[in-house]
Ligand binder design. Structure first.
Ligand SMILES: *Cc1c(COP(=O)(O)O)cnc(C)c1O
Length: 228
């Protein structure tokens, strides 16, 4: 079995090659290690290899691991899963970033519940780019309204967009979805100077996502191995 350290080295290499192929600086793409369902010891192993940004999908797991690993300096937690409104408080208290914001009620609650001693919560709006019924995220036409609302709250900082394109679609279709996202992102960043993050690409499609302009890839399986 591959170790976490080996997984990280391979993923970093993949990112470097993808950047080279599209003539982008390697520093223009961040790596978020998605540690959902993996124990705190796995996060610690990745942290020891210099990985400081971690993504979690379930609020309880986020809270538990953040408490267990509170001693790790500069560790940064990103919440990337669907958000239920009764769970916003824990997210607001624990995460530095949230990628999955998709409605006004959630924005208001996160802002009200962000503790005043913490820096503003970095917010990405999730876009349901392939209009899938089963997926959270807003339609492209709803981005502007939510962005304006996030921008109104000093407790929140609008940083960009996130997407999870349709699984199992062919590469041409995926590319079209990624390019559509890149256009939406470019429009948003021209309006808001603080917008600097396009979160797209996972273990299976990070090269294509980088070729299309992703600035942050969310990678679980390729680092930590398959989830059971
Ligand atoms: C699980 C998950 C990932 C990581 O997926 P892998 O295929 O394991 O790399 C990325 N983003 C989101 C939103 C996820 O839920």
């Amino acid at each position: 079995m591959k170790s976490i350290a080996e997984g990280l080295i391979e993923v970093r290499k993949q990112i470097a090659i993808a950047c080279e192929n599209s003539q982008r600086e390697q520093s223009s793409v961040q790596l978020l290690a998605v540690s959902k369902t993996k124990p705190a010891t796995a996060v610690q192993a990745a942290y020891q290899q210099g990985q400081h940004k971690f993504g979690e999908n379930y609020v309880q797991e986020l809270v538990t691991k953040a408490q267990q690993l509170a001693d790790l300096k500069d560790i940064e937690w990103h919440f990337i899963g669907p958000i239920q409104s009764n769970k916003t408080k824990d997210i607001a208290k624990t995460a530095a970033w949230v990628h999955s914001v998709d409605r006004a009620k959630i924005i208001r609650r996160l802002a009200e519940q962000r503790p005043s001693g913490l820096r503003p919560l970095n917010v990405l709006i999730q876009v349901n780019i392939d209009d899938e019924e089963t997926k959270s995220g807003v339609a492209p036409s709803q981005i502007a309204e939510l962005a304006a609302l996030v921008d109104d709250y000093p407790q929140l900082r609008l940083r960009g967009l996130m997407t999870i394109p349709r699984a199992n679609s062919d590469e041409a279709q995926q590319q079209q979805s990624f390019e559509h996202m890149a256009n939406l992102y470019s429009e948003l960043s021209s309006q808001y100077p603080e917008v600097d993050t396009l979160s797209m690409g996972m273990s299976g499609d990070l090269e294509l996502a980088i070729a299309c302009g992703s600035t942050l890839v969310r990678v679980g399986t390729a680092i930590f191995g398959a989830r059971t």
